[in-house]
Design a protein around this ligand. Structure first.
Ligand code: GTP
Ligand code: MG
Length: 200
């Protein structure tokens, strides 16, 4: 799943986490290759894809790590959290327990991630309307409580997949620029810290 483009201004490590079978690998496959695999095998350890995009005039490269959701790989996959600047926490709208586990993934990630990492919640398989077990309302509420963005997607029907990844990347770039402003302003006498003002 490599894209062979080294012509970028910024590169960020992005993670896709969540329970097994929620569609993490297919979201990545859809985003990177615009494909879907109905018979994809469960991920072992960690897989990897890249995607180039233009944000605020910058060529941005996302280096996306697709992790295994199975419990037995947990120790391996959580070792990859460090250095990630963005994460999609994915659940399956047709399986309530995968939604309940979002809290577990969120806590797990927050314990190990960088302070400025951007996080979004993604409810996948929105095409399976008849089998829905998680309403949009309760997912929106969970996202609001945690101050996170929320998207429903279908990797199968290519619904909202690009929007979810792109919105995360926009937040990642924004966080990076804010931090850069802080570093710059902190090092120059007399300059006020702009980030504080923007966030107040
Ligand atoms: P692990 O690698 O075990 O953690 O699973 P995963 O989260 O990577 O799930 P994967 O992408 O392998 O998808 C699991 C199953 O769900 C596969 O049979 C997919 O075809 C199916 N699937 C994934 N996304 C969608 C979707 O948007 N809609 C529907 N209907 N099925 C999906
Ligand atoms: Mg997988």
């Amino acid at each position: 799943m490599f894209e062979d483009d080294e012509n970028y201004d910024m590169i960020f490590k992005i993670l896709v986490i969540g329970d097994t079978g929620v569609g993490k690998s297919n979201l990545l496959l859809r985003y990177v290759k615009n494909e879907f695999a109905g018979d994809m095998r469960s991920t072992v350890g960690v897989e990897f894809g890249t995607k180039m995009m233009k944000i605020d005039g910058y060529e941005v490269k996302a280096q996306i790590w697709d992790t295994a959701g199975q419990e037995r790989y947990r120790a391996i996959t959580s070792a990859y959290y460090k250095g990630a600047k963005g994460v999609l926490i994915v659940y399956d709208i047709t399986r309530k327990n995968t939604f309940d586990n979002v809290d577990k993934w969120l806590n797990d990630f927050k314990m190990k991630c960088d302070e400025d990492a951007a996080i979004i919640i993604v409810g996948n398989k929105s095409d399976l309307i008849q089998e829905r077990e998680v309403s949009k309302e309760e997912a929106t509420l969970k996202a609001q409580i945690n101050h996170l963005a929320f998207f429903e997607t279908s990797a199968k029907e290519n619904e909202n997949v690009h929007s979810a990844f792109f919105s995360l990347m926009q937040q990642v770039v924004k966080n990076y620029k804010n931090n850069e402003d802080d570093r710059f302003n902190g090092g120059v006498k007399g300059k006020t810290k702009r980030k504080k003002k923007l966030h107040s």
